[in-house]
Write a protein that binds this ligand. Structure first.
Ligand code: F6R
Length: 367
């Protein structure tokens, strides 16, 4: 049921603060000093001793995997490879018994992801975990253990709340693992968990400014091309923003790590090219500011997603959308929301079928 919303996608964008809370439920202690992930309790020793984590997924779920690569490396100090399931399964990958493979899938039925974990099972002793949204789905049944995202049923073909729920689960896993491996002190652990629990409230603040974000989107409904840039943990969010726009509005969009722009894509920039830049205050803020200057020097239009209260970029970018300040590792959960709203709004303005875009299926059960 869409309730008062015009489309499922819009409802699902608005569901996110509560679907993240549902994904926390029963998994975080009241004092924020503990994370319990019952589904992976039995395999925790394998995770703690993992030589490597290999993440297998497709599409938006692959983007969630990319975000988690930064978190697992930084907090749990474990090497991570994030692979398109469709490529991995046709390679001759090297698998070790002490690898942990994590398959991420909203539907739990994606043919390539399922085939990839079957291949891992046949060829190795590696532990296989699943992060699925649909309980009892094929992938959830064929993994050794896993953690469900509790995003609720997702109907819009363009994934929104499943993505943020996947990042939520992966973040909890990375923090839990880091703490168990003693890479995170007790006090830092509480701070990180605390910062994570603040995300739904901050997301609500963004959703309260939806009208403003729509006004920005309305300026860009007639473009034919667009670029999305981000650095670090926000690079996968740039990929996700571009995918959302392509899928539902049929506008050509590309996501790039901002520093790669000068290695090619910068040639595309002219006054007709909007560039959506994820420029929150974090370790890469100075660098991203100079990337914005490079775009402006070529007359590109810059829409910057910035941290509340930021002043410098206000004079540089054509449009500025503020999001609340948050822990630097958690910004993907907030920064993706304005990008989802922009894609939704542009698609609606163009008269596209938002919930059922052409050529796409909710669950890709063909190879
Ligand atoms: C994008 C989208 C797809 C899916 C992909 C994987 O909005 O919905 O890219 O993310 O088909 O699907 P799951 O997560 O069900 O394996």
């Amino acid at each position: 049921d869409k309730g008062d919303y015009e489309h499922f996608m819009l409802k699902e964008i608005h569901d996110q603060p509560s679907s993240i809370e549902d994904t926390f439920r029963g998994r975080i202690s009241m004092d924020h000093s503990k994370i319990f992930l019952g589904g992976i309790l039995d395999v925790l020793p394998s995770l703690i001793n993992a030589r490597r984590i290999i993440i297998l997924a497709c599409g938006t779920s692959w983007h969630a995997g990319l975000v988690s690569e930064y978190l697992f490396e930084e907090y749990a100090r474990v090497p991570v490879e994030v692979e398109y399931a469709s490529e991995f399964r046709y390679r001759k990958p090297i698998l070790y018994p002490d690898d942990v493979v994590i398959a991420i899938s909203q539907s739990g039925e994606t043919a390539d992801t399922l085939a990839a974990i079957r291949m891992v099972r046949e060829q190795s002793e590696a532990t296989i975990l699943g992060i699925c949204n649909v309980a009892g789905s094929s992938i959830s049944r064929e993994t050794d253990a896993g953690v469900y995202t509790h995003a609720g049923i997702e109907i819009g073909v363009a994934s929104t709340k499943a993505f943020t729920a996947q990042i939520t689960v992966l973040t909890m896993m990375a923090f839990l693992l880091g703490h168990r491996k003693k890479k995170i002190s007790d006090s830092d652990y509480v701070k990180l968990v605390n910062a994570l629990t603040e995300i739904p409230g901050k997301m609500r603040e963004i959703l309260n400014h939806e009208g403003f974000i729509k006004d920005v989107a309305n300026k860009y409904t007639n473009v034919t091309n667009s670029l999305y840039l981000g650095r670090g943990v926000l690079y996968p969010v740039a990929l996700e923003g571009a995918l959302k726009l392509k899928e539902i509005s049929y506008i050509h969009a590309e996501g790039y790590p901002a520093a790669e722009m000068k290695h090619g894509p910068i040639a595309l920039i002219d006054e007709n090219m909007p560039v959506f830049v994820l420029a929150v205050k974090d370790d890469s803020y100075e660098k991203i500011t100079s990337n914005i200057q490079e775009v402006k020097a070529r007359n590109g239009k810059v829409v910057a997603i910035v941290t509340e209260g930021e002043k410098t970029l206000r004079n540089m970018a054509d449009d500025v959308i503020e999001i609340p300040a948050c822990h630097k590792s958690l910004s993907p959960l907030l920064a993706v929301v304005p990008l989802q709203i922009i894609s939704y709004q542009i698609a609606v303005m163009r008269g596209c079928n938002v919930d059922q875009p052409r050529n796409l299926a909710k669950s890709v059960t063909v190879e």
